[in-house]
Unconditional design. Structure first.
Lengths: 152, 253
């Protein structure tokens, strides 16, 4: 290989190498991002049904299950050293690692709320499901207010 | 009802060019685009939704008024084909073209582009959502999270198209003002302008017809903002009481 070609190849591969390096050091950034997105998807799926002329209880139940499955993972998705740092895109605030007991309590509240929604969804009674879904939303906000970067 | 109606206005006499509805809609667009930009940048989504709804009504009104309104507001009177546009541009270069009362064939493209991109942007906004999918447009519940995410990204990108078209619009106004010595802003404020030659008098649509269009446009916009009841969702007054007791997700995210 001539020198210019080698240089061009290096320039092409460098960003990929940097990205691969970042991913190798902390796959948890993407894991937790995807987990929160799954919760957002399930929350939308739940609240969309409330708006529809004929809400589907099975759809709500599936979303409640997805929320509960994602909620239990949250606490383990923030190991030490995975906070905000240069070159990493994250909305996690340092408060997560500075106040671990408070963060754990907030994550537990989410788990409890999603189990409550699962139980309400199992009854098939919208009058029970809607306040339970509201409680899940409240537990999202409870954590976001303290531990997530405000939207700038 | 074309510009070739029988009545003419002699040179030097002010012509009623832009009717009140056209001017109100035009300046409301200016304020509305500014407010929509500001509210989106500052996460004032409550305001963004209200102004978006008003803009939806304004665009619907302008489309209706473009069918039944004053001659200078009607699409059929100012939208021309490529041949007419080329002939107009050639006439301008040669200095032989007669004054156009209303939108000229080239400017008509700008009108169509601006109204079209506003309609597109409002349409996308109806389905858009924020990262938590809790601040969402009134029709967001009809599409999946992933489709709404794509729509939201396009909604953001289309704003740059709007900025570009507004920039072009302003550049054209400055070109007319300083190169062609033609003030386009004051007729859009007063509705009147003087021509150096006798011109066909535009036919101004009656105000009662504008009010009918405004009522129809408002009703359509409100209906959309309610989520297209009764097909997709119940009317607000038909919703179960429990739904009202639960705070909307936007209040706790």
């Amino acid at each position: 290989m001539t020198k210019p070609i080698r240089l061009a190849l290096a320039a092409l591969l460098l960003p990929a190498a940097v990205m691969a390096g970042a991913a190798a050091t902390s796959p948890v950034y993407k894991l937790r991002h995807d987990n929160f997105e799954a919760m957002g998807r399930a929350m939308k799926g739940t609240f969309d049904e409330f708006k529809k002329a004929t809400p589907s209880i099975p759809v709500i139940q599936a979303n409640a299950n997805a929320l509960a499955a994602a909620a239990v993972k949250v606490k383990g998705h923030f190991p030490k050293g995975t906070g905000p740092r240069p070159g990493v895109k994250t909305e996690a605030l340092p408060a997560i690692w500075e106040r671990p007991a408070d963060f754990a309590a907030a994550a537990d509240r989410l788990v409890g709320a999603t189990r409550g929604l699962q139980a309400a969804a199992a009854t098939g009674d919208l009058a029970r499901i809607q306040p339970a879904a509201g409680a899940v939303g409240g537990s999202c906000k409870n954590c976001h207010d303290t531990f997530r970067k405000p939207k700038s | 009802m074309t510009a070739s109606s029988s009545a003419t206005t002699p040179a030097g006499t002010p012509v009623r060019l832009w009717d009140l509805p056209v001017r109100l809609v035009h300046w409301s667009f200016v304020v509305g685009i500014g407010l929509l930009w500001w509210s989106a940048e500052n996460h004032r989504m409550d305001l963004h939704f209200k102004v978006g709804l008003v803009m939806l009504g304004l665009v619907l009104f302008r489309l209706l008024w473009g069918l039944v309104g004053s001659s200078t507001a009607r699409f059929t009177s100012f939208v021309k084909g490529p041949a007419a546009i080329r002939a107009y541009v050639a006439g301008q270069k040669a200095g032989t073209a007669a004054h156009v009362v209303g939108h000229n064939p080239l400017g008509a493209l700008s009108v169509l582009a601006l109204i079209g991109v506003l309609a597109l942007q409002i349409g996308l906004g109806l389905f858009a959502q924020d990262t938590d999918a809790v601040n969402s447009g009134p029709l967001n519940f009809l599409v999946s999270y992933d489709l709404a995410k794509e729509i939201s990204e396009i909604h953001e990108a289309v704003f740059n198209v709007i900025l570009g078209l507004v920039g072009l619009h302003l550049a054209a106004i400055l070109y007319y003002r300083f190169i062609k010595r033609d003030n386009l802003v004051s007729p859009m404020l007063t509705g009147r302008r003087v021509f150096a030659e006798a011109v066909a008098t535009p036919r101004i649509g009656p105000l009662w017809l504008a009010l009918v269009c405004a009522v129809v446009a408002t009703a359509l916009a409100v209906w959309v903002s309610w989520g297209l009841p009764p097909f997709a969702t119940p009317f607000p007054w038909d919703r179960p009481a429990a739904a009202a007791a639960v705070p909307p997700p936007s209040s706790y995210m």
